[in-house]
Design a protein around this ligand. Sequence first.
Ligand code: APR
Length: 244
Amino acid sequence: MLPEALIQALREARHVCVLTGAGISAESGIPTFREAQTGLWEKHDPMDLATPEAFLRDPALVWRWYRWRRSLVAGATPNPGHRALAQLEELVPQLTLVTQNVDGLHVRAGSRNVIEFHGNLFVTRCFVEGCVIEVDDEAEVPSCPACGGHARPGVVWFGEAIPEQALERSFAAAQDCDVFLSIGTSSLVYPAAGLAELAKRQRAVVAEINPGPTGLADRFDFAIPGKAGAVLPELLAGLSGDRR
Ligand code: APR
């Protein structure tokens, strides 16, 4: 049973800001990063695969890993958690969805105001210039057609800055919202994990949805134990009866 006070806060909200992490895509069959035995970082060292240095050390290995992740996502479909957030966007005056995920499933589920905080798996950029490029995907390490340098996956790696516009829009949404939902994230990676604190500081109602409490849970007004694919449709059911 969800807290009535959270449902009521959503009923009255002018602006809802949502932060999602890998957990919301877990029910679509996409591995998270830090869960014991099943997380991607259990099997691979992120420093070997998700940093600019790793890429320069072995671009073919990094491309193989990202092509594997692209194939996982291409075979996945949005789950009830993704779809519930797309429905929520229709029910509240304004919803800003900040996702740490690079799988594109929120957009495929129909969400419109999505900020891809860590980029997108299916975007390719020039490693040298950073611009988005189209490449011949057959090459082991695709090259930039403009400068001939390496092409790279269009995701944000450890040690890299969040795209300026994504950062500004996300911070602005956290500072403006009336309700902040943190869903399916371990709240370990900054600056994304700092958004909830920003919302809290300006007196938004802050809730976490996660099967297990994260390190920030005691900072939240509500820490709802459960899977996104079950909790979010329940949240919608509690809300949609009352909002026109
Ligand atoms: N519903 C909701 N939450 C879930 C579910 C589910 N069905 N299954 C797992 N979770 C939770 C886990 O309990 C965990 O707290 O999702 C969280 C996933 O945490 P991480 O694996 O750390 O993923 P995330 O928080 O997205 O990582 C942040 O770190 O590796 C980098 O760039 C990468 O964007 C990623 C960032």
